[in-house]
Design a protein around this ligand. Structure first.
Ligand SMILES: Nc1ncnc2c1ncn2[C@@H]1O[C@H](COP(=O)(O)OP(=O)(O)OP(=O)(O)O)[C@@H](O)[C@H]1O
Ligand SMILES: [Mg+2]
Length: 580
């Protein structure tokens, strides 16, 4: 409840005024039939026109009052619930921003999206209904009962009999329907994840001609959702006919009992009319309560899912960092006995007791077969993940003791799977540094060998980029990502296979620029092409989570088996290509 309290407090007047206005409206609802009965019984029966006009005027006033209070009640209910939902949505979104990579791995992106959108909408709908009906419906129930007893206990007892029967039937229906709704909700989750994945990867799907497969997969999920929804709704549609039947039977009994009394002069016609109106009010109130409790069960499921996000303590935080004030001066990096597993119960570690020392300003190449742990290795430096054992030091200080902000400001990583956002090229670059001048943009783009292709566009740096950089080539995107990372002016720059789509000549230019223009930045370059890092100061060779070689190209070619294997296999392939 804590998560809602804050936002309820902020909009407290909505949460007080909405039920009050709805209550006032309900009062009108059960006074009207009473006045009406009087008009029939006293006015019409005696032909008293003044009485009829006077009470008719009262009825008009009450109706206008009900209109105004009804509108105001609905207005404040909508205002309160949407504002509260917006607040919680912001909280959930903000919380997700604090998540570490492992937290996101755990939830999955699709499910996080459903939580921020659909789950919060469920809470909003429920809150709105609650504000409108929580007091109003029971009041209407009790009010209708009291009023009908005041009019004539002779037929009011029928309501007393009908209500428990109807309530019991409603309860049974909801009891069966509510778990079905929960299943339906889960199925909706599966569908959202499925749709998200398919649409994001539309191009991959097309290139593998997997459209049919995807269509079938979706059709199964869709069918499933339909079945689950039908199962839930099947129960709910029973409610209408059952309550209609109950009310009709009750009316019938009422007419029969009242009719006999009216014939012998023991009751007036107006009383019967009012009684019938009260009966239908009871029915409406019961239906409303049933709907609220149904929405309640759905909202409870959503609430649990929202809490899961809000209650997550991000795995990587810096609240206990001992050197939060420390400003990183140099890009020295050291790994001391670092081991790491993604899944803590797997046997073989992804990083296995890594020890390595990298000096400021060095250009370090990192090579190794796919899956050998290269990306994992570098993700320890900006604390995308924390090691299970051992320590990573930057500028001689354990990264866990630095402020996360300071650390990540100074360690720029171009991730293997990097993305651009919709907006202009300049806007994208300024993600690296909001206040960068145009000259700075040009200067980093020159280092990343991006300036020439950007200026060849008619709009230059103001060229609009489509979603995810769709209108740029793979190599162009990579160079923009490098420029964006450079703009942060980091002490440590990490490129994870970031020039894989760039031709070798341009790749060499980037490295030369790195060496000449960024002598004081420590540069780590992961690559599949040994030719890209042959001229690096030193090269790290990884194999199955271990560092199996560390030295210059000349040293490694003599001493490191793994390095030799990779080098010669790539050389042979290049020669074969040359022959062809
Ligand atoms: N987020 C993750 N969750 C679970 N396992 C992961 C995750 N990322 C990587 N792994 C596993 O960790 C191991 C090392 O992966 P890593 O990405 O570090 O390799 P890599 O050397 O960068 O490979 P590549 O050259 O293909 O990029 C692999 O076995 C991989 O399956
Ligand atoms: Mg990798």
């Amino acid at each position: 409840m804590k998560k809602y309290k804050k936002h309820i407090k902020k909009n407290w007047y909505c949460f007080i005024l909405a039920p009050i206005f709805m209550l006032l409206e309900a009062c009108g609802e059960f006074i009207l039939p009473f006045v009406n009965a009087n008009i029939i019984n006293k006015g019409a029966a005696n032909g008293d026109i003044t009485y009829i006009l006077q009470n008719g005027f009262y009825m008009l006033l009450i109706a206008i009052g009900m209109l105004i209070t009804g509108i105001l009640g609905a207005f404040f209910a909508v205002r309160g619930s949407t504002r509260m939902a917006a607040g919680v949505r912001q909280d959930v979104f903000d919380k997700i921003q604090t998540f570490s990579f492992s937290d996101i791995d755990r939830f999955s992106t699709g499910s996080l999206i459903t939580r921020v959108t659909n789950d919060i909408t469920q809470i909003q709908t429920f809150t709105q209904s609650l504000l409108r009906g929580f007091f109003r419906s029971p009041t209407m129930l009790v009010g209708a009962l009291i009023m009908s007893f005041t009019l004539s206990p002779d037929i009011a007892w029928i309501i007393l009999v009908v209500v428990p029967i109807l309530a019991f039937a409603t309860f049974m229906i909801i009891k069966t329907a509510s778990p079905r709704y929960t299943t339906m909700q889960k199925q909706l989750d599966t569908m959202n994840t499925g749709i998200g994945e398919a649409i994001v990867n539309e191009k991959v799907i097309k290139s593998f001609v997997r459209e049919e497969h995807e269509k079938n997969k979706f059709s199964i999920i869709n069918q499933n959702l339909k079945d689950k929804s039908v199962a839930a709704l099947k129960m709910m549609i029973l409610m209408q006919p059952i309550s209609a039947l109950a009310v009709n039977v009750a009316t019938l009994i009422g007419v029969w009992v009242a009719g006999r009394k009216i014939m012998v002069g023991g009751m007036e016609v107006g009383t019967l009319t009012a009684f019938i109106t009260y009966l239908s009010q009871v029915l409406t109130a019961l239906n409303f309560l049933a709907n609220i409790s149904l929405q309640g069960t759905r909202a409870a499921a959503s609430d649990r899912r929202i809490s899961e996000v809000l209650d997550t303590v991000p795995e990587i935080r810096d609240h206990n960092a001992k050197k939060k004030e420390h400003k990183i001066n140099s890009g020295d990096i050291e790994f001391q006995n670092v081991s790491f597993r993604y899944f803590k119960d797997t046997k073989t570690p992804v990083l296995d007791r890594i020890n390595v020392k990298i000096h400021v300003g060095e250009l370090i190449g990192i090579v190794g077969s796919t899956g050998s742990g290269k990306s994992t290795f570098i993700s320890m430096i900006p604390r995308l993940y924390d090691p299970d054992e051992g320590t990573v030091l930057v500028d001689g200080i354990d990264v866990r003791n630095l402020s996360l902000h300071e650390l990540r400001e100074n360690v720029s990583v171009v991730l293997q799977k990097n993305t651009l956002f919709s907006g202009t090229i300049a806007e994208n670059l300024r993600w690296g540094n909001e206040d960068a001048s145009d000259e700075e943009l040009v200067s980093v783009c020159k280092i990343a060998q991006a300036d020439s292709f950007i200026t060849s566009f008619p709009d230059g740096y103001d060229t609009e980029i489509g979603q995810g950089g769709g209108n740029l080539s793979g190599g162009q995107k990579q160079r923009l990502c490098i420029a964006r990372a450079l703009l942060k002016n980091p002490k440590i720059m990490i490129l994870d296979d970031s020039t894989s789509a760039v031709d070798t000549a341009t790749d060499a230019c980037i490295r030369r620029a790195f060496r000449e223009k960024l002598p004081n930045i420590t540069k780590l370059v992961i690559t599949q092409r040994i030719s890209s890092v042959m001229d690096a100061d030193r090269i790290i060779v990884m194999d199955q989570g271990k560092i199996v070689g560390f030295g210059t190209h000349e040293e490694l070619i003599k001493s490191c088996m793994t390095y030799q294997e990779i080098y010669y296999s790539q050389k042979d392939r290049e020669e074969e290509a040359d022959h062809e």
